[in-house]
Write a protein that binds this ligand. Sequence first.
Ligand code: BT5
Length: 321
Amino acid sequence: MSSKTIGDMLAKGAFSGQHAANTLGISRTAVFKHIQRLRAEGYNIEAGPRGYRLIPRFDGLLPLEIKSRLKTERFGREVLTIELTSSTQNAVRALAESGADEGAVVVALEQGVGKGRMGRAWESPKGGLWFSILLRPTIAVTELHKLSLLFGVAVAESLGSMGLEARLKWPNDVLIGGKKVCGILLESSAESDRVSHVIAGIGINANFPSGALSEPFASRSTTLLSLLGRRVDRAGLLADLLLSSERLYYGASRDGFGKVMDLWRSMSCTIGSEVTVSSFGRSISGLAIGLSEDGSLLVQTSGGVERVFAGDVAIAPSKGR
Ligand code: BT5
């Protein structure tokens, strides 16, 4: 028996020391010791007439609330929630440098300087699901970019299980109804050709209205609240997403990225669309005809098929679904 079991009970509601002792087959003193351990970790646990009760904080994203929903082996087993940070990427980098294990997650209620790709900003108001996860992949440096495709698939799967049809825009956007609901950022640290760690940052516009973002992002984005008309359980969504991504990640580490690529193709709104791709100051237009095995986008232009390895895609409005 560990504090985790008491933690799971606390995440579900109030209980008496006697009830916990009976349920777990331990003494009331042992229950009290677990409660004290959790208090020492920073949880505010009230002992009132209805027994022990966890005082809510962090708007449903306390580590205990997340952990009680986890079905993963490694992803999210170490989780830290921060009220306000510059970027969860920085917080996970600090964990990585202090030797944290693969799967450590940092969640922030709000980010002061949320990061997009290529030095762009990511607006991260309260109500979003902003988190980063530490990976220590054994894959080749040349395969790293496929991880952003992998997380895109995992996000789309999780949103799908909430009844939302998410589509993927190459390389790393998740769209619903043609509007961006989630962005993915991968930052890696490699020495020569060995990857020491990768930090995957995922931002999902969850429980705030699209209007909370500034223009022009607001009109190009959507949020789960705007789509569903209700707040979602972010701890549950995070747990679900960690499970999807863990399955895909260890599957890809074992068998390669073939399955991820196939899933990505089936969820793509890029393939089959007229696109303009801007990459390193150059822009090409044509029909996106496929995703090649190396993760590059194949674009049929008037001059032939071009293979795009990095860049931003704009989808022609009529096809941007
Ligand atoms: C991304 O970059 O889409 C990656 C976003 C990753 C965010 C997560 S949150 C947790 C972790 N911690 C961080 O600091 N970052 C990660 P990119 O493809 O470059 O898109 C950035 C562009 O999206 C911006 O230039 C805006 O146009 C737009 N944008 C900014 N905030 C947005 C938002 N909340 N929703 C939709 N679009 C947004």
